[in-house]
Design a protein around this ligand. Structure first.
Ligand code: SF4
Length: 211
């Protein structure tokens, strides 16, 4: 079986098991998703969703972020961890959005990557969920599960993304990655996968090695 054929079987299973999978970060516009995704680094989406309502009430616009006092920003996001770096990047990101992009979140990978604090994971999430472009979001769940399934042998997220871009139908990439997250939370957990409950045993390298 080729990897492309394997992906189609996995996709069919995901589509039946996790039909409603979406991004679990709360946001109302592209800038809010840009901020929330940066806050989600080394933090749970649930924690980020607890922080962002008051954060966006305090700093309601890109301009407000760009002009924010560093200490006030740090205090507003402290519980998401790594708050010194995150606050510095959020303020710098908003300043660059104003200076280079008219305060509007850009729609290309290259432009998104030019923003402070924005890596490929964040850029792909924006491209896929906001702008409807082909995107592969490699987070910790995607990394773990695609290795277990045998879709990649790489550990580096960028290399995994490039591997997946070759085998996942591009228009389905963003949705597929959201479903990987759901599968990672439901069954294919980091601590120990619940393979007995999983419908992917026949296409899973990890299962075949460890059954
Ligand atoms: S069979 Fe086990 S390791 Fe493979 S995808 Fe399912 S839960 Fe994960």
């Amino acid at each position: 079986m080729t990897k492309k054929e394997k992906v189609l079987i996995i996709k069919e299973y995901f589509d039946s098991e996790y039909a409603d999978a979406t991004c679990s970060l709360d946001y109302k516009d592209p800038f809010q998703l840009l901020v929330a995704t940066q806050l989600a680094a080394q933090c749970t989406d649930a924690r980020v969703n607890m922080v962002t309502p008051s954060l966006f009430a305090k700093f309601p616009t890109v301009k407000a972020f760009a002009e924010a006092d560093m200490t006030e920003m740090e205090m507003a996001i402290k519980s998401t961890g790594f708050y010194h770096n995150k606050a510095r990047n959020l303020i710098a990101c908003a300043q660059k959005l104003l200076s280079d992009f008219g305060g509007v979140v850009p729609q290309t990978m290259e432009e998104l990557l030019s923003l402070p604090g924005v890596g490929r994971k964040t850029a792909n999430l924006l491209l896929g969920d906001i702008f409807g472009q082909p995107a592969i979001v490699v987070d910790t769940h995607a990394k773990r599960i695609t290795n277990r399934l045998g879709l990649t042998k790489n550990e580096d997220p960028t290399k995994i993304e490039m591997d997946l871009r070759k085998i996942i139908p591009l228009e389905a990439g963003s949705d597929f990655c959201h479903k990987l997250v759901y599968h990672g939370r439901a069954l294919c957990t980091a601590r120990g996968p619940k393979c007995g409950l999983c419908g992917l045993q026949n296409v899973c390298d990890y299962y075949k090695k460890n059954k």
